[in-house]
Design a protein around this ligand. Structure first.
Ligand code: 5GP
Length: 200
């Protein structure tokens, strides 16, 4: 069987990375898409673990080579999802998890609607998000304000997603995410269905 795609979007600081880390520890046959970005590496991050950190010139070159499934400018930096590893993982029947923003979600939805499940993850309130960004201590006040503004714009597009998960209690949010991820694997492609019915 062909694989499936799960997109997880939501404001920076809402707990996406921690939740995804837990899921990757638990799930088998899963591929987490490592994005390329032109943003500066944050304290605690590592090349090849969180992102591929590349220059704007490299990024533009890869756009020219059609290397990205999708790319977008977020908070003044470029972020992109490499196409080849996604196709490979799907061919291998894996579940592909993408942590991308609302713009990227729209592009991938157009290309892979049949096998796509989308989740919007957020905090219970704007104040809570601000608190978490400040406690994280990795961004200056100006960056935090930019991220908050962007979060408000993104929140307006929750209706484009299949599921909404509010990360108030981490354990509950993880349980909800786990449930959606397990269910997402049951979406068949038309090819899968044809094949199954023919054999049946
Ligand atoms: P951060 O700088 O906090 O790691 O990420 C900022 C935003 O960029 C997040 O909303 C994240 O989901 C989004 N993002 C990360 N990688 C990609 C990507 O490859 N494509 C798109 N469209 N957005 C991405």
């Amino acid at each position: 069987m062909y694989g499936n795609i799960v997109i997880i979007s939501g404001p920076s600081g809402c707990g996406k990375s921690s939740l995804i880390t837990e899921i990757l520890r638990e799930e088998k046959d899963v591929y987490f898409s490592l994005s390329s970005t032109t943003r500066e590496i944050r304290e605690g991050e590592a090349e090849g673990i969180n992102y591929h950190y590349i220059t704007k010139e490299q990024f533009k070159q890869e756009i020219g080579e059609n290397a990205f499934l999708e790319w977008a400018e977020v908070h003044g930096n470029y972020y992109g999802t490499s196409l080849k590893p996604i196709y490979k993982a799907l061919q291998e029947g894996k579940l592909v998890i993408l942590d991308i923003d609302v713009q990227g979600h729209q592009i991938v939805k157009k290309k892979f609607s049949r096998i796509l499940t989308s989740i919007f993850l957020t905090t219970p309130s704007k104040n809570e998000l601000q608190k978490r960004l400040q406690n994280r201590g990795t961004d200056g006040e100006e960056t935090i304000q930019r991220r908050l503004k962007n979060a408000i714009i993104e929140m307006d597009r929750i209706d484009e997603y299949d599921y909404l998960i509010v990360n108030d209690d981490f354990t509950i949010a993880l349980q909800q995410l786990r449930t959606v991820i397990k269910t997402s694997r049951l979406k068949p492609t038309l090819e899968d269905i044809k094949h199954f019915v023919a054999q049946w």
